[in-house]
Design a protein around this ligand. Structure first.
Ligand code: ADP
Ligand code: MG
Length: 340
């Protein structure tokens, strides 16, 4: 099972200045897997800009051109989980062997490997084996290799061997084409000025761009209303607001310290008073849970601690919330506050 989604094709991946390099490199790799200098091909960029789509498109195209090749798409998270399971079952060698005989290995969101030294180690060996044997590796990440944290140097240097291609936010024209293409595929008609209104106002995330259109269509059909510019305004505003409210580490520290009725300076202070230590550990735990920041970056933002302290905090919170009822309540209460 290759795990590929055929809807995520090159054909459906609209080209623009923002993605031309990555898209072309993807096509080149798909034409000659393992046979270009783009090995690995690393596609990086922010949330909702098409990394997963493009990663699938490469796999789908290769399967089409070379049905005999084994192509596997997997998220780094799932890869990590499989590895942990393999260790538990004493199957490390089988795990490695399984991955070493793949022709095209596509791993999505490799930033997830940050801080996971065991998984990085096993991936390093798999990568070397595939690369030496002329097999293709495709990776995606939310950051460029230079900005990745808590990834071993030897692995980072491998990431830089091939080509790193960035997906940027699409320009207005591309956003309009993406929307038109989506509406066309769904068989929905929409006035041009509304398409343009949505494309003009949602700029940084293709997933949200599509989400706004989907919600517009749904609203109009549930309420049997025409799709008007006014309706579009209401919906776009909701999307834009939601994006701005994304949780930041600052916001988490504020919510946690408010909850314990202390100020943020106290939460960050060097004190060893138990209730303050716990508040700080909770802030670290939620920062890990709700943001994409690395352990090192969380530590530096929450009172200048190192990544080991953050890791320890996360483990402590995990332990306490399964053994201590009162503590469990803290976690649940704060989770609720952060989720509204
Ligand atoms: P990421 O993995 O970078 O977070 P995704 O690949 O999940 O982003 O893309 C989010 C949504 O946007 C998907 O539905 C995808 O099909 C769509 N999308 C992104 N870029 C394009 C594009 N250039 N053309 C068409 N659809 C796109
Ligand atoms: Mg993705």
């Amino acid at each position: 099972e290759s795990q590929l989604n055929p809807n995520y094709s090159f054909e459906n991946f609209l080209e623009g200045d923002s993605n031309r390099l990555a898209r072309s490199a993807g096509l080149a790799v798909a034409a000659k897997p393992g046979g270009t200098s783009f090995n690995p091909l690393l596609i990086f960029g922010g949330v909702g800009l098409g990394k997963t789509h493009l990663a699938h498109a490469i796999g789908v195209d290769i399967k089409d051109k070379y049905p005999e090749k084994t192509v596997l798409y997997i998220s780094a998270e799932k890869f990590t989980q499989q590895y942990i399971d393999a260790i538990k079952k004493n199957n490390r060698n089988d795990f490695i062997h399984f991955y070493q005989i793949i022709d095209v290995l596509i791993i999505d969101d490799v930033q997830f490997l940050s801080g996971k030294t065991g998984t990085q180690d096993v991936f390093f060996h798999i990568f070397n084996h595939l690369h030496q044997n002329g097999k293709q590796v495709v990776l995606t990440s939310d950051k460029a290799p230079v900005d990745m944290q808590d990834i071993e140097q030897r692995l980072l240097s491998r990431f830089k061997w091939g080509l790193s291609a960035e997906l940027q936010s699409p320009d207005f024209e591309t956003r309009v084409s993406i929307l038109r293409n989506k509406l066309y595929r769904d068989g929905v008609e929409m006035p041009e000025d509304i398409i343009e209104y949505v494309a003009k106002n949602i700029k940084t995330n293709v997933r949200e761009l599509e989400g706004a259109i989907i919600s517009l269509i749904a609203q109009s059909s549930f309420n049997k209303k025409e799709i008007t510019l006014d309706l579009a305004r209401v919906i776009v505003e909701k999307f834009v607001k939601n994006t701005k409210r994304e949780v930041s580490i600052d916001y988490i520290q504020k919510v946690v310290s408010d909850y314990f009725q202390m100020d943020v300076d106290t939460l960050q202070s060097k004190t060893r008073k138990r209730h303050i230590v716990q508040a700080r550990q909770l802030a670290m735990f939620f920062a890990k849970k709700f943001t994409k920041a690395s352990l090192a970056s969380i530590g530096s933002q929450i009172g200048k601690r190192d990544h080991a302290t953050v890791l320890h905090a996360c483990k402590t919170v995990d332990n306490l919330s399964s053994t201590d009822k009162q503590f469990r309540k803290y976690v649940d209460d704060i989770t609720k506050k952060l989720s509204v």
